[in-house]
Design a protein around this ligand. Sequence first.
Ligand code: BTN
Length: 329
Amino acid sequence: MKTKPFNDKLAQLTKLLSDGHYHDGNMLGQTMNMTRSAVWKMIKKLERYGIAINSIQSNGYALQEPLILLEPDLIKKALPYEIDITVLESIDSTNNFFKTSDKRNTIQCCLAERQTQGRGRLHRTWHSPFGKNLYLSCYYPFQKDISELTGLSLVVSLAVLSTLRTLGFTKDINVKWPNDVLCQEKKIAGILIDIQAESHGASDVTIGIGLNVNMTLDDTPSSVEFINQLWTSLYEEKGTAFDRNHVAAILLEHLLKYIRCFEQEGFAVFLNEWATVDSLHKKTVTVNYKNELITGEAVGVNQKGYLLLRLADDNVHAFSSGEISLVKK
Ligand code: BTN
């Protein structure tokens, strides 16, 4: 795992530049107790991370667009309970963070400014540019057997939807089974859950959420090939940049509320909520189940969170996994 802890100087430099004005390299160096050339190296690093910086010899450096980095203290302060939060400058995948860290059997959270090998479902890549979106993983030690966790990923997508509502997204947000969060039929968030079964009915669970926040269609031309479906971001939908610290705090608050309820009550209590946001309801879909293509009418999910399809013989079958595509009429 390639982990880069946050470089405080990089955070300080970004903060100084965040007013949008030009800052002289010498002055920046003096403020940060660094040489001018060390400042220059950091500017180059930000540029390598894809951050656009204007540089004029007589004036110094200015950010082309505002950039507010993630700060664990700000996120913690906005949460109603204490939680262990780590923010990294870079990592291969935040879901990998908990493979090696000391887990101490408590809920923990890791966010990164970028992922070099962000993972999506079905072995896809999750595009994870620096400072744009949220790449968040939450480690949750469940006192449940792995077989009792089948609805968890659906519950997490409901928590993301609830976060979007709190942020003012009230229309045209829904979920494509099992956990693609859509806004105006475009993907805005994805969920990847890694489960490690422990003994005595316990399970170590890492819940990874990627939420597109300030990524714009304009600033991702070279990466389009990584993204195989229509996507959007909070910025694209509202035309304004979002403070990712604020969004992260709301997301964590909703996530933990939903997971705690799932832990105590199971998936059944979420069935009604799921039905109100199920984008596949009554649609004809094809599921790629173990390399077999099966077409039917989507008629909701069962108590385990499995997708229910009414097949041509009128029987309803439940699918625990598989890739779904809509059949165009
Ligand atoms: C999907 O394919 O829809 C799932 C995408 C999940 C992306 C998140 S970003 C944080 C965590 N780390 C990863 O590598 N993946 C998940």
